[in-house]
Design a protein around this ligand. Structure first.
Ligand code: AHG
Ligand code: MN
Ligand code: MN
Length: 314
């Protein structure tokens, strides 16, 4: 009998409450995967015409994925609010404003890959509210360091659709099985290899990196014997790093003094998974899970992967 997302309920103290939320992520993933497969025929590719709070061109599928994800989180009845890359402010789910959990989400990661039919993803993390559940949830409920994250994961929309997640009991990969129309465990207990793999970075920015990073990076390339791969979607680049080892980095540079990636719904969930899988997740000289968030869309530099490779750069 295949192991499904129901198995999450048996994973530690948080499992029972996280299972329905992660099942909701699975439903959203199925709908977004369906949306992606036929997008070109429904005029769903291309820019939506607006900008998100990041000042970035929103793709139509960014907006549609955000709507799908919010609806599935609402449907769980366990989520009181959602902080999304595509929404400036916290979205309170009024009918469940007394629920215990908040979800942070990058509904469609790597959207620059959409018009070249490249891999894209969804990234999420779950925190328990700090405010009493008799009150309205606040943005401050989301500003929790990664050490307090209860669950995190991502969906990779590639040749197959995978949901990789952790509730603090290791990292487990589920693949959507079209025959049974559900996610089934395919990659139990994923561990970051201690050596080997690839370095993964947008080297076009190297001449703008700050401090002595260029020297460290060149030394790492000489000494670590890694290959190089870069897809431009954090989910795809991080999935490979989890499976094959090496290091993914998006450093600060003169253009982005805090880096490009967002702390709450990119760096923390991926850092949570990397540490759960035995790897290292650094930002600004410490674990990314120890960075105290100051705002919903705060950006941070990240170095994620095999400890041996990360240590050569930070
Ligand atoms: P998003 O599409 O959610 O804005 O994320 C894009 C991010 C991340 O997926 C990727 O690692 C990074 O942007 C790539 O940035 P560059 O194109 O600057 O390399
Ligand atoms: Mn993203
Ligand atoms: Mn995104």
């Amino acid at each position: 009998m295949p192991i499904t997302l129901n198995s999450i309920a048996k994973q530690g103290v948080h499992g029972p409450a996280m299972m329905p939320i992660i099942q909701g992520v699975g439903r959203a993933a199925t709908e977004i995967a369906y949306l992606l497969r036929g997008a070109v025929f429904r005029g769903a590719l291309g820019a939506a015409g607006g900008e998100n709070v990041q000042g970035e061109q929103q793709q139509k599928i960014d907006v549609l994925s955000d709507e799908i994800f919010l609806e599935e989180m609402r449907a769980t009845g366990f989520v009181c609010a959602v902080g999304s890359e595509e929404q400036e402010d916290l979205l309170v789910i009024e009918e469940y404003a007394n629920a215990d959990y908040l979800v942070l989400v990058d509904p469609l990661d790597g959207s620059s890959n959409l018009d070249i039919d490249g891999p894209v993803g969804t990234i999420f993390s779950v925190v328990k509210r700090k405010t009493a559940n008799t009150e309205t949830p606040l943005e401050s409920d989301t500003l929790q360091a990664g050490r307090d994250v209860i669950a995190a994961g991502y969906v990779l929309y590639g040749p197959s659709t995978m949901l990789v997640c952790s509730v603090g009991q290791g990292v487990h990969g589920f693949t959507y099985n079209p025959t049974s129309a559900r996610f089934e465990l395919s990659h139990p207990d994923m561990r970051v290899p201690a050596s080997g793999g690839y370095y993964s970075v947008n080297e076009a920015n190297a001449d703008k990196w700050l401090g002595d990073l260029q020297q460290k990076f060149n030394a790492m390339k000489q000494q670590a014997g890694l290959g190089m791969r870069y897809v431009g979607s954090m989910v795809a680049d991080m999935h490979r790093t989890l499976l094959k080892g090496g290091v993914f980095l998006y450093p600060a540079d003169e253009k982005n003094p805090n880096g490009k990636l967002r702390l709450l719904y990119e760096a923390i969930p991926m850092g949570f998974l990397v540490e759960q899988a035995g790897g290292k997740a650094m930002s600004q000289g410490a674990s990314v899970l120890d960075v105290q968030p100051q705002g919903l869309h705060q950006r941070v530099p990240v170095y994620l992967g095999s400890a041996s490779a990360v240590d050569m750069l930070v």
